[in-house]
Design a binder for this molecule. Structure first.
Ligand SMILES: [Zn+2]
Length: 570
């Protein structure tokens, strides 16, 4: 079916976007269902975008109303058999709806007086069980807005008119409109557009050049550039962080005040490398279950460790390989990853497969207990792919060889997706069945892995710092008026003593305490009993709390053989 969307932003300060969908049904189609997705590929949470629809109606192009009833939270049915007789022979129809767009993330729409960021799954209706053929989208927006950045193909016959191959591609192309900063660089004669919205504090880096270096390195690593043009859309907004990948674009959010800080800048580059590498891994190389999307319900897969773990391992490595950070800076980032890993008790309960399958209700819906019951497939997945890379070195191979096999398999069968057994077969091909079995164990089990032994093989030593300071194992809410426990680490002293998430700490041993006291703990000593006065559900009560000692911390990933380490990583 040919569908034309007119997206009209006439009063951006109201955050409302009006969409007019025009199409022509076949004469035998007496009923059609239209839907708004509930989730976005790349972000595994039911977001129920339809909750932002204010009004929706269907009519002929002459505005004769058609029967249009909402039949599910995100689905409407147009029924010509229930519509005025005069409409029944008319095949053209339109649906007009308004969407409220005021949630600023890479997975939602945000429209205000300064710009519009349009994330397609959040506002473009699809037609159930009907393939859209070359859908066209036309944008109307305030004339003072000068720039549009998107991965969509521009149609020259109308201004601000774009075309996609199908609904999947349409959903995969966010659009940034406004007076944001734009730039373009070329790699392999392909245009890479940049659209930067927001504020950046003065810094010493060349963002465009560094993005280009990453594009050159990553596309060279993959021996391909599977798009005609690419768009980097970035929002530089205080305290925002995130990214989402698309087939030929990426939406990124970062705190633009922090780019002057070298560590933060390297983190920004890691984000760019991450989303750009997804062009291959997940946008094209996909787990079988994600080969085709069902936008209205959860699409379960046990393989997000491939999509996100492999990408998390590669992103920092690409920054290192591009010469944009030193090996010491790289290893400090990896040390921080390990510190987070060892502080996540949930690794004892969820394998990477479990963690992936539960993404919809765990990783994307974190609560006080998430870290005690699950482990991020980004985090552990990245650490495990590092081990696979180290193990492959013994066979004269490296992770790049696996990437090439994955890419080759995708090119041979673009629509079928890749399974765990496919990956195990590739690892066997590159090494032997033992390594494939070892990798399988890391993916499917929760046994503690001795990471240090593997890193030793590439000349890097884990250096632990013995701790003797007092510890409770509490995270606090970031509030200034009250000391509220946000979460407790499983089996840590506070947890064992019976403190709860949500408790307000009022006093210790009958003395008032401050949040700073409780975070520093410099008024307590280890292995001592204290009487905590707390408020729980408005009841005030005393709890005996026994303090403990902080677990040893991973202090450094020390390079003991520099040549070996560099040879292994570069
Ligand atoms: Zn990712």
């Amino acid at each position: 079916m040919q569908v034309h969307y007119l997206v009209s932003i006439t009063a951006p300060h109201t955050h409302l976007v009006q969409v007019t969908l025009k199409a022509q049904r076949d004469s035998e189609q007496q009923r059609l269902q239209v839907f708004l997705p509930s989730w976005s590929p790349g972000s595994y949470l039911m977001r129920e975008y339809a909750r932002h629809i204010r009004t929706l109606s269907a009519s002929t192009l002459d505005n004769i109303p058609l029967s249009c009833q909402q039949i599910a939270k995100g689905t409407w049915e147009i029924d010509w058999t229930n519509s005025p007789v005069a409409t029944q022979a008319i095949l053209d129809f339109q649906i007009v709806y308004e969407v409220y767009c005021h949630e600023f993330s890479v997975r939602t729409c945000h429209v205000d007086s300064t710009h519009a960021f349009l994330h397609a799954p959040a506002y473009l209706l699809g037609i159930k069980d009907v393939a859209l053929c070359n859908p066209i989208i036309r944008l109307q927006f305030p004339e003072e807005w000068q720039n549009v950045t998107t991965g969509l193909e521009a149609l020259s016959k109308y201004p601000h008119c774009y075309i996609a191959t199908d609904y999947d591609q349409l959903l995969d192309c966010p659009i940034e409109i406004g007076n944001h900063e734009t730039d373009t660089f070329y790699v392999n004669n392909k245009a890479h557009h940049i659209g930067f919205y927001g504020d950046i504090f003065p810094h010493v880096y060349d963002l465009r050049q560094d993005i280009q270096s990453l594009v050159e390195l990553i596309s060279h690593t993959m021996n391909s550039m599977p798009y005609t043009h690419y768009a980097f859309i970035a929002h530089f907004i205080p305290r925002l962080y995130g990214g989402i990948e698309h087939s030929n674009s990426a939406a990124l959010q970062f705190d633009g005040r922090k780019l002057a800080n070298r560590k933060e800048y390297i983190r920004w580059l890691g984000l760019v490398a991450h989303e750009y590498f997804h062009t291959w891994n997940i946008k094209r190389i996909r787990p079988t279950e994600l080969a085709q999307f069902d936008y209205c319900q959860e699409n379960y897969t046990r393989m997000l460790w491939l999509a996100e773990g492999l990408t998390s391992f590669m992103d920092d490595l690409f920054v290192l390989r591009a010469g944009l950070c030193t090996i010491e800076e790289y290893l400090e980032k990896i040390r921080e990853d390990f510190a987070r890993y060892y502080a996540t008790e949930g690794r004892r309960f969820h394998s990477l497969e479990d963690s992936s399958f539960n993404a919809w209700i765990k990783l994307y819906r974190p609560d006080e207990n998430t870290a005690n019951s699950s482990i991020s497939y980004y985090l552990k997945g990245g650490l495990v792919f590092a081990l696979l890379h180290i193990q492959l070195l013994a066979f004269g191979k490296k992770i790049d060889d696996l990437l090439h096999l994955l890419w080759q398999a995708y090119q041979e069968n673009p629509s079928t997706g890749v399974s765990l057994s496919d990956i195990l077969a590739m690892i066997t091909q590159l090494s032997n069945a033992n390594l494939a079995a070892q990798f399988h164990h890391w993916i499917t089990n929760t046994d503690e892995i001795n990471f240090a032994d593997f890193y030793q093989k590439i000349g890097i030593q884990f250096v632990w710092k013995p701790e003797s300071t007092v510890w409770l194992g509490i995270e606090f809410e970031p509030r200034v008026d009250k000391i509220i426990i946000k979460s407790l680490r499983l089996d840590a002293p506070a947890y064992q003593s019976g403190l709860n998430a949500g408790d307000e700490i009022i006093a210790v041993n009958h003395q008032r305490v401050t949040l700073e006291d409780m975070q520093k703990l410099d008024i307590l000593i280890p292995y001592q009993n204290y009487q905590f006065l707390i408020a729980r559900s408005e009841r005030v009560l005393d709890i005996d709390v026994n303090t403990g000692v902080k677990p040893d911390t991973l202090d450094k990933l020390l390079i003991i053989d520099r040549d070996k380490a560099l040879a292994a990583l570069l």
